[in-house]
Each structure stands twice: as structure tokens, then as C-alpha cells.
Design a protein around this ligand. Structure first.
Ligand code: ZN
Length: 401
């Protein structure tokens, strides 16, 4: 949503531009002020739309600054509603004024462009919610820029820029659930790239963090990113809870696998819409890379079955997620053992599925015994890892008697 790379000295230019517009010309630049924002827009923008943009911005200010105590620039923020088409729904960047001071600029798409973007999502969003969500996202970038300039954040740490801004949309626009639209690349292929290299699609994890640990956890990550990088910043932020990033990450993977992420109905609806176009199992739970059968006989699972490559099983990327589904066709007690070379450092969550019902059977141990496996249609093994060099593993199914 955000084009961050522009640093054009255009503030002064904008003021002149307002000045030279002749009254009654076809397209004047108009100016509206609210308590914390100055909004410029073309005369084509309807007063109703300008009011919605203003309401969104002030709601975001209230949530992040007044309520949550994030710091921001003392001056009113320059906001421009752009006419016509724009790439995305909004943008934010820092601009230099005539004294060389860095000041934030927010751009918001026209009503027409905003509506088109909102309606093209996997789960359509109303114009009101799209605006609340977009203004929250862009204003949070202002907060991030301010923190970075003042040594309690780091705007260069991309793992925490778009992912955080995408997640906090949910605080101001809880009905929008549009972080799920952004999360589809991650949801459909959670082991395709290292989690901390992801952008908007990583907002999903941070919505989970907001839900379980609150906005203050995100603020601590932002603060720690000024003194530590990547996973280390998250480790430091969660130290007061006695948790590492990998601990929180494994809980997140387990929550996803057992149907306990926030907004389950919206997740199911997004998955349904995506599956209608792409096929496959969808992503209400992590899509399996291998499917095997439990017939009561010992069996080794060593390769993927759900792609044509039949590759050795491996959690390919740091904080990637693999799932293996074991379809149950025997009542004999089942022992499942995860084998990995020492030092691989896998985290495992075990889930039993019967119909739509998902039971979390455990997190952590590399072996589990399911005494009555036919209580379930399927036992799922969900695996993840931290930054260990290899994620290779195999599974062994054996009778537990
Ligand atoms: Zn953004």
C-alpha cells in the first residue's frame, strides 16, 4: 500500500499551488483542517468523502496516540487526497520542508480508486471500512517514522514496517479483516520464504500478537528494533513474558492449525473464495505438504506428496510452517515420531481433526501416542523451526501397543 521511497521537497510547492488556483476553475485544490491533520484535495472530491478520510485519520490518532500513547510529530500532518487512479489505496513518506526538517506526508486514493480496491479483495470490504483501515495503516507509518527519527524504532527494519502497519488496521477497523486479503501469499504457502522477509502478508502473525498480547507487545518490538535486529528484537520484546520469538511463533502455528486464530469466519470465507479460483485444500489450517494413511502398519513418511516434486521433507525457511496429514483407517493405537538430526530445532504441534472440529493434542514433544486414533478422521503434524541451518525431518508411524 505504501510507496516509501519518495522524498520530494514539495510542501512549499503545494502551498503555492493552492494559492494560484483561480476561483471557479474546473479543478481547484481545496484545503480542510481537523485537529491533527491538514487535508488537501481537488474540488471533485465530495465533501462526504473528505469527511470520511478526516474521520479515519482522527480515529487512528485517537487509537494510537491518545489511547495507546505512541508519540508522533507535533505539527498537523499533511494529507493529500489524490485525484484519479493511484497504485494502492494510500501511501506515506517523509518530506523535507524549507528548513530541512523531515515531515510526514500521507496520500489517500480517490473515492473511485478506494472503492475499486475495496471491492477487488477476496473478502469484499465496504468503503467506510476500507478508509478506516487505510488511514490507520498510513498514520501508523507516521508513528513509525517518528519513532525511527527519535531512536525508539527502526524504519529500515522491513520485517516490522508493513507487517505492523497492516496488523494495526484491525484496531481501528475491526470489521474490515483486510489484513487477511494481504495475508493470502503467506496462508497458501507458509514455507515459501523466511517469515521475517515477508511484507504485508506477515500482518496475520501480528494480528495474532495483538489479540493475545495487546498493542503494547507491538510497541515493544518497535522499540527493541532500534537496538536489535529481526528475531532478536522480538526475543527482547517478549522477554517480560518469559517467551522467545520461536515460542510465540510456535504458539501461532499451533493456533492456526487448531482453528484458534482471530476472525475464524473471515479466514474461512477468504479461504473459500481463494480455493474456488485456485483449488487445493485452502488455508483455514496450514495446507499439508504430505498426506499419509494409518492402516495399523509401521510406515515412514519421507517425501512430500502434495506437489509433483516429491521432495524430502524439510521446513525450508526460518519460521516456515509445514503440515503433514495422517488419515486414520485403523483403530490401533498410533505412535508418531518426528526424526530430525540433532540441532535442527523443530517445534511441533499435534492436532486431531474430526469433521470441522479441531483438537490441539499438544505442542512441543517430538513424539505422540494417540490411543484411539479413529476418534479422528485425521491427525495433523505441524512443524516449524527458527534460524537453525536445516529443517530436514522424517515421520515414523508405528503401532503403540
Ligand atoms: Zn504501508
Amino acid at each position: 500500500m505504501t510507496e516509501r521511497a519518495r522524498h520530494i521537497a514539495s510542501t512549499l510547492l503545494t502551498l503555492l499551488w493552492v494559492g494560484v488556483c483561480a476561483p471557479g476553475a474546473a479543478s481547484d485544490t481545496l484545503r480542510a483542517e481537523s485537529t491533527h491533520f491538514v487535508i488537501t484535495h481537488e474540488s471533485e472530491a465530495s465533501p462526504g468523502y473528505v469527511a470520511l478520510v478526516t474521520r479515519g485519520l482522527e480515529t487512528a490518532y485517537e487509537a494510537f496516540v491518545t489511547q495507546a500513547g505512541f508519540a508522533t510529530f507535533p505539527a498537523r500532518v499533511d494529507v493529500r487526497i489524490l485525484p484519479g487512479e493511484m497504485d494502492g489505496m494510500g501511501a506515506e513518506y517523509l518530506d523535507e520542508d524549507e528548513d530541512g526538517q523531515l515531515l510526514p506526508v500521507i496520500e489517500i486514493a480517490s473515492r473511485q480508486a478506494m472503492l475499486a480496491a475495496a471491492e477487488s479483495m477476496w473478502l469484499a470490504v465496504s468503503l467506510d471500512d476500507a478508509l478506516l483501515s487505510t488511514t490507520a495503516h498510513e498514520f501508523f507509518h507516521v508513528v513509525q517514522d517518528y519513532a525511527s527519527l527519535h531512536g525508539h524504532g527502526d524504519i529500515e527494519e522491513v520485517a516490522f514496517v508493513e507487517p505492523h502497519a497492516t496488523a494495526v488496521q484491525e484496531i481501528v477497523a475491526p470489521r474490515a479483516d483486510d489484513y487477511l486479503d494481504a495475508a493470502v501469499d503467506f496462508l497458501a504457502a507458509p514455507d515459501a520464504m523466511p517469515f521475517l522477509d515477508r511484507g504485508y502478508d506477515a500482518g496475520l502473525f501480528w494480528v495474532y500478537v495483538l489479540d493475545r498480547y495487546g498493542l503494547d507487545a507491538v510497541r515493544r518490538v518497535m522499540t527493541e528494533s532500534a537496538v536489535a535486529d529481526g528475531a532478536r528484537a522480538i526475543d527482547r520484546a517478549f522477554a517480560p513474558f518469559g517467551l522467545t520469538f520461536l515460542d510465540v511463533w510456535a504458539k501461532f502455528a499451533a493456533a492456526w492449525a487448531s482453528g484458534r486464530l482471530p476472525d475464524p469466519a473471515a479466514l474461512a470465507e477468504t479461504s473459500r473464495a481463494w480455493r474456488a479460483q485456485n483449488g487445493g485444500p485452502g488455508f483455514v489450517t496450514p495446507p499439508p505438504c504430505a498426506v499419509a494413511r494409518w492402516d495399523g502398519q509401521a510406515v515412514k513418511i519421507e517425501r512430500t506428496t502434495e506437489d509433483e516434486r516429491a521432495e524430502p521433507l524439510r521446513v525450508e525457511t526460518p519460521y516456515g510452517i509445514d503440515a503433514v496429514a495422517i488419515r486414520v483407517h485403523a483403530s490401533d493405537a498410533l505412535r508418531i515420531t518426528v526424526r530430525a538430526a540433532s540441532g535442527v530445532g523443530l517445534r511441533v504441534a499435534w492436532v486431531g481433526r474430526r469433521g470441522e472440529r479441531l483438537d490441539l493434542l499438544g505442542i512441543g514433544p517430538l513424539e505422540i501416542t494417540v490411543s484411539q486414533p479413529n476418534r479422528y478422521d485425521e491427525v495433523r503434524v505441524v512443524l516449524t523451526r527458527g534460524e537453525t541451518p536445516s529443517g530436514r525431518y522424517t515421520l515414523e508411524l508405528s503401532p503403540a501397543s
